[in-house]
Each structure stands twice: as C-alpha cells, then as structure tokens.
Design a protein around this ligand. Structure first.
Ligand code: BGC
Length: 413
C-alpha cells in the first residue's frame, strides 16, 4: 500500500495554554509564577495565537493540510465558577469560522491539561463532583458553537497522570512540588490546589472516565452533530528481561481509557516514543540511542506500535491526533514524519481503521514545565516579534497531504 485513503484527514495540532498567551485565569499560570516552580519559564504571551489565529489557520491551510486540532480554554470561557464569558465564547466561534472559511476541518478539544484556577481551588479532578462543572462547561460551549464543530475530543491525554507514575526514571524534585503546591493554594486563597499534572492518577481516572461519558451525552444533545472521542497518550511499550511489568503497565495506563473510548465515536492515538519496561518498572532510554529534546528516545515506530496495540482493543475508528518530535534539526523531523507515516501505511494495509494523521505541533510553543526550549513546531515562532517561519518539514507534510502518499524524499529536499 503506497497511498492513503482519499478522505484521509491531514492536520496539525495546538493546545490553548501552549499557544494563546496570557491564560491568566488558569491553574498553570499560577504554578508558573510560584517560587519555587517546576516550570523552567512562564508561558506569558506564548505565540499570541489568541490574536493571531487567523494567520496561523491560513498558514496551515496554505501548506495543504485540511484539519486543525485545537483546544478551547475553560479558564477563559468560565473564568469564575458559573460565570461564562460571552467574549471568550464568541472568540472560539470566530476561530471555528476561520477554519471553515479556509477549508479546514476543526477538531476541538474541550480540555487540554489546563483548568480555571477556581476549579483547582475546589480540589480539581480528585473531587467527585468535578464532572458536574466540566459537563456544564461543555454544554455551554456546545450551545454557543456546537453547530460549527466537525470533531470533538472531551479530554487530551487524561491517562497522563497514570503514565507519569510509571516513568520513574525522571527525577521530580518532590520538595519543589510540595512548596509550589502550597504557594499556589495560598495565591488563590484556597486550602486546595488540584492540578491535573499533580493529581492522584487513580482518582483522576475514575472521575474523568465518568465525566467523559457524561460530556458525550451532553454534547450529543446538540446543536451540531459530530463525532466525539478522546485522545489517549500511548507509548510503544517493550518488555525488557524476565518478569517485565510491561503488561501490568498497559493494563493500568491504557486499557481503562481504550475501553472508555470504545463507547464514543473515535479514538485519538497520541504517540511519540517507546517505553522499556523491566521487572521493577520503566528503565528509561537505552544507552546510546538518539534522544529528542524531551530526553526520551527518537522513536517514530511508536505510531505503528501504538496503533497495533489500540486497534484490537477499540471498536471505533482511530485518528492519530498527535505525534511529533522535539528537535532543532528539522531534517530529523522530516525523517520522523516519514517513518511514522510508513508505519501508518503498514497499519492500513493490515486493515486497521486509521483515518487521519494530525501532527504535533503546528507551532513551536510552550512545552509545559520545559518552557520554550523543545521545538515541536512545523512553523517556527520568533517570540520577540511573533514572526512565523515555515520549516521544510511543514512543506514536506503538506506535500504528503496534497499527494495523499509519501513522496520520494529526494524530490522534496
Ligand atoms: C501533549 C502536548 C505536548 C506534547 C509534546 C502531548 O503529551 O498533548 O500538549 O506538548 O505531548 O510533549
């Protein structure tokens, strides 16, 4: 198989907090400004995408891509509990309209890691009633712009806290986390600070799975009729040595969400790298293997491996809703894209119902605690001038999208 299906979706993704800038009512903004903080730097203006979305969507379309995956920001839409900002709701309606005007299919994520600070102050996702306010927020959004949505995902990588529990080779300074959390609660005048990244994985999983199902039912009431799914973080999990805990890891981190995704309309697979799991847990990168700016292995085979893991476990179509690589060497991004997509073609050939590839990310952006250093973008952003510069990898992916096949590398270099 050398070509992709004619209706294959080709896109690029962003997340509100990472690109919009000045998400001042969010929990992450508070954490970024604590001292000490886990964040290497604060997000500040980010890519000013809140004002420059028109230019960015037009750039995406000009490359030849036909889908834009982005998140709407709860902290902007409901900056105070129960107060919905018409201005913010109107803003996202304009973003959706701009997608349609440019022939781009919008895929909306309702929650991509950041929450309103009042939500963190009420205990965040660990609280049993968290789903009530989340569902109300989804309903409010749907009433305002549901008629313009083409695809929606309730959550982005809600299984990440469970995955992070396994990634034990990464050293998180516990005292910084505790001090940052205490300071954040004081800053918002609460005794709690329930942030997604720092929450208890098991409790979050239980509450978010329930909220996911309820949000789907609420969104299905309309207006609009569009497929609704969830985007899950997966890794190519490999067992190393005897008595590897690999299968236990998969059962804990992936399977509950794959089961939940089966009740929706599609699964979003997000794959970047592999995990090597020994008898005590994750082993970290294999010595000598090429690493990305994230400190994990350059592993484009992750896409194929994750599709093959997920496909038999879900009864719905699959989209790659994120995959990419943090590197300053754009030629390696081209290699990564090509190798990932060769894997997608092999999956298609073996009958896996994969319907699209959405690259992470459209822009170089705010990579959470690692700040602006890791470069995932197809488009570079000069943060002093906000000037956008299209990288060769963007043209490469655009060419693949236009031709619906992987062209000869020599022809595009
Ligand atoms: C997240 C993105 C993140 C990307 C690269 C995914 O886990 O959804 O927000 O920037 O990976 O680390």
């Amino acid at each position: 198989m050398t070509t992709f299906p004619s209706d294959f979706v080709w896109g690029a993704a962003t997340a509100a907090h990472q690109v919009e800038g000045n998400n001042v009512n969010s929990d992450l903004w508070v954490l970024e400004h604590c001292n000490p903080t886990l964040f290497e730097e604060p997000s500040l203006d980010a890519c000013d995408h809140y004002h420059r979305f028109g230019e960015d969507i037009r750039l995406l379309a000009s490359l030849g891509l036909n889908c834009y995956r982005f998140s709407v920001e709860w902290a902007r839409i409901e900056p105070e509990r129960g107060h919905f900002s018409m201005a913010a709701l109107d803003h996202y309606r304009r973003v959706l309209a701009t997608c349609h005007e440019n022939g781009v299919t919008p895929m909306v994520t309702f929650y991509h890691f950041s929450s309103p600070r009042w939500f963190a102050g009420s205990g965040g996702w660990e609280k049993t009633t968290a789903g009530d306010v989340f569902v109300r927020y989804c309903e409010r959004c749907a009433r305002h712009f549901g008629d313009m949505i083409s695809f929606a995902a309730t959550f982005n990588e809600p299984n990440l806290p469970m995955l992070l529990k396994w990634i034990s080779h990464i050293d998180v300074p516990f005292t910084t986390v505790m001090r940052m959390g205490r300071q954040a609660s004081r800053a918002i005048g609460s005794s709690h600070f329930g942030c997604f990244f720092l929450g208890d994985g098991e409790k979050l999983q239980e509450h978010m799975i329930a909220a996911h199902h309820r949000a789907i039912s609420a969104l299905k009431a309309g207006p609009g009729a569009y497929p609704i799914g969830v985007c899950i973080a997966l890794q190519d999990e490999q067992a190393v040595g005897a008595n590897s805990r690999r299968d236990k890891k998969c059962r804990e981190v992936y399977d509950p969400w794959l089961e939940a995704a089966s009740l929706g309309d599609f699964l979003g697979v997000q794959a970047y790298t592999r995990g090597r799991v020994g008898r005590r847990g994750d082993l970290g990168p294999e010595p000598g293997v090429e690493l990305t700016q994230m400190g994990y292995e350059f592993w484009p085979d992750a896409v194929e491996a994750c599709l093959r893991y997920a496909a038999p476990r879900v009864a719905v179509p699959i989209y790659i809703t994120e995959s990419g690589v943090a590197t300053d060497d754009d030629l390696r991004r081209i290699d990564y894209i090509r190798q990932s997509l060769e894997g997608v073609l092999r999956c298609l050939a073996s009958g896996i119902d994969v319907r699209g590839y959405i690259h992470w990310s459209l822009l170089d952006n705010f990579e959470w605690i690692m700040g602006y250093r890791p470069k995932f973008g197809l488009i570079a952003v000069d943060r002093a001038t906000q000037q956008r510069t299209i990288k060769p990898s963007a043209h490469y992916l655009g060419e693949i999208a236009r031709q619906n096949r992987i062209p000869d590398l020599a022809a595009v270099r």
